[in-house]
Ligand binder design. Structure first.
Ligand code: 7PJ
Length: 278
């Protein structure tokens, strides 16, 4: 049976080829002047590169979710995300907004976001209500704890079963509110309250997650510490490891891969497909 993911202006047929989601951070703290304008200019040129490289979805994020990072006030997150969302509206690619905040979700949807990617699984009060109307895609991610404390002491009895149970409950909550199943994809949230062993256990069980939930799975492992743990490389030298991880995820059944290095990932996926699909 053909499987689709409805993402606002886009309706992706899955199973033909994996989709590539490019990470677009709009966090001015990475700029020497701390200014929004430079962050926006830089983000738009990064997005143009991604489009030229064959990206399918661009994931715009205004809140750094690295372990230990502080949360950003709503007004500041909107000031980061909205100009990028407007600037990229005509880029011809699906635009995702990476946020946990219902206010940001609502504004992003009004401005034409094609997907809302919530690392908190739409658990914030008002999050489901913010996304229920319309037809934007929804990525439901699992996280244990919060970005501030999640890596302190990740603990599970059965990580795969517990992540599946959480995702099942969140999907049920969305559907109970009236969200069409075709709008939903799920994500085990590699690196979000997990040890290296937990992350690889989840990665190896991507197909089981997809089968048990009957939904497309998105995997994000690009440059993460699970790549560093195996290769011994710092974050700026994890490209090769990330590409291997992306191919492994697709081989395990992932439908969407969230990456920083779009051109390299698109090439790797093309060669992998040519070598494996008749
Ligand atoms: C993920 C994410 C992920 C989804 C980040 C980083 C940390 N959203 N946002 N899945 N990771 N859905 O990119 O290293 O894995 S931020």
């Amino acid at each position: 049976m053909r499987q689709f993911l409805q993402c606002g202006r886009f309706r992706f047929e899955l199973g033909r080829r994996p989709l590539v989601m490019g990470v677009l951070n709009v966090t001015p703290d990475s700029f020497s002047d701390g200014g929004h304008y430079h962050a926006l200019e830089f983000a738009v040129s990064r997005a143009e590169e991604m489009v030229a490289s064959g990206v399918d979805l661009i994931d715009i994020g205004g809140e750094s979710t690295r372990p230990g990072s502080p949360s950003v006030p709503v007004a500041e997150e909107l000031a980061r995300v909205m100009p990028a969302l407007y600037a990229l509206q005509e880029a011809g690619k699906a635009l995702s907004v990476d946020t946990c905040k219902p206010e940001v979700m609502r504004e992003a949807i009004i401005a034409g976001a094609d997907m809302i990617n919530d690392i908190n699984g739409f658990q914030a009060p008002g999050a489901i209500e913010a996304v229920v109307k319309g037809d934007c895609g929804l990525c439901v991610m699992h996280m244990q704890g919060t970005p501030q404390d999640m890596q302190a002491q990740p603990a599970y009895t059965d990580v795969v079963a517990e992540v599946i149970a959480f995702l099942r409950e969140r999907v049920a909550a969305l559907e109970a509110a009236g969200v069409d199943r075709e709008r939903i994809c799920v994500d085990p949230g590699l690196g979000f309250g997990k040890t290296v062993e937990h992350n690889y256990a989840l990665l190896k069980n991507t197909q089981r997650i997809a089968d048990e939930l009957g939904l497309p799975v998105l995997i994000g492992l690009s440059r993460k510490s699970m790549i560093g743990a195996v290769t011994g490389r710092p974050v700026e030298a994890r490209l090769a490891g990330s590409l291997a991880g992306a191919l492994a995820a697709v081989a395990q059944g992932a439908r969407i891969i969230r990456v920083h290095d779009v051109a390299e990932t698109v090439d790797a996926l093309k060669v992998w497909r040519a070598a494996t699909i008749d």
